[in-house]
Design a protein around this ligand. Structure first.
Ligand code: S3P
Length: 203
C-alpha cells in the first residue's frame, strides 16, 4: 500500500525522528479490531521506510468484495483461509510492516507462520477503547450479532492467550497517534528491533 505525499507528511508529524530496522524481519501487528494496528502500522512503515501491508485490504482486493460480504456469502472459514494465504505470501516477500485482521493470529497455522519468520507485537486496549475507535460496528461482521461491547469483551478474553504469544506487547489507551507511536518506537528500540538514527547535525 503506498501513501500520498500529504499522508506521508501527516504520518511523519506523529513520529519524532528517524529510525531504521536492525533485523531483516517483518514486523507484524496483531490484536483486536480497533486496537490501532493499521493506524500505527502505516506510521511505522513511514518511520522505517518499509512497505505497509494490510491483510484485510489484501483479502478484499483479491475477493473484489468487502469482508462483511465475504462473511455473508462464503462464511468465516473461507475468510480465514483467504486471510492465511495473503499473510503467508506477504511473509514470503521482503521485510514489511504487516497489519493483520483481528482474528488472524488466533488461527494456529497463521500464527505459526508469523512466529517463524517475523517479529510480532500485540497491540492491546480495553474493550471500551476498542469500541470507541471502531466507529460503525457494521463494518465488522463479528460485532453485528449482539451488543458490540459484550462481544469485544468476550473476544478479548477468549483470544488473549493467542495474542500473548506475540513477541512484544503494547497497551494503548485513548491517546493520540503521536503518543502511541512514541511508545511503540520506544518499545522497538528497547527490545533491539530498531534503532534511532542521529540527526545529520549530531553525526
Ligand atoms: C476480525 C477483524 C477484522 C476483520 C474481520 C474479522 C476479527 O479486522 O479481519 O472483520 O476476527 O477480529 P480488523 O482487526 O482490522 O478490524
Amino acid at each position: 500500500m503506498s501513501f500520498s505525499a500529504s499522508l506521508i507528511k501527516k504520518f511523519r508529524s506523529d513520529i519524532d525522528g528517524d529510525y531504521a530496522c536492525l533485523t531483516p524481519k517483518s514486523l507484524v501487528l496483531v490484536g483486536l479490531m480497533g486496537s490501532g494496528k493499521s493506524a500505527l502500522g502505516k506510521r511505522l512503515s513511514v518511520a522505517l521506510s518499509l512497505p505497509f501491508i494490510d491483510s484485510d485490504a489484501l483479502v478484499e482486493e483479491e475477493a473484489g468484495i468487502t469482508i462483511a460480504e465475504i462473511f455473508e456469502l462464503a462464511g468465516e472459514a473461507r475468510f480465514r483461509e483467504m486471510e492465511r494465504r495473503v499473510i503467508m505470501s506477504a511473509l514470503e516477500g521482503d521485510a514489511c510492516i504487516l497489519s493483520t485482521g483481528g482474528g488472524a493470529f488466533c488461527n494456529k497455522e497463521t500464527r505459526a507462520a508469523i512466529k517463524a519468520s517475523a517479529a510480532s507485537i500485540w497491540i492491546d486496549s480495553s474493550p471500551e477503547t476498542l469500541l470507541s475507535r471502531i466507529g460503525n460496528p457494521a463494518s465488522r461482521p463479528l460485532l453485528t450479532t449482539g451488543d458490540p461491547l459484550e462481544i469485544l469483551t468476550e473476544l478479548r478474553e477468549r483470544r488473549a492467550p493467542d495474542y500473548a504469544e506475540a513477541d512484544l506487547y503494547l497497551r494503548t489507551g485513548k491517546q493520540s497517534h503521536r503518543t502511541a507511536m512514541k511508545k511503540l518506537l520506544g518499545l522497538l528500540v528497547d527490545t533491539g528491533h530498531i534503532h534511532r538514527l542521529l540527526p545529520a547535525s549530531a553525526r
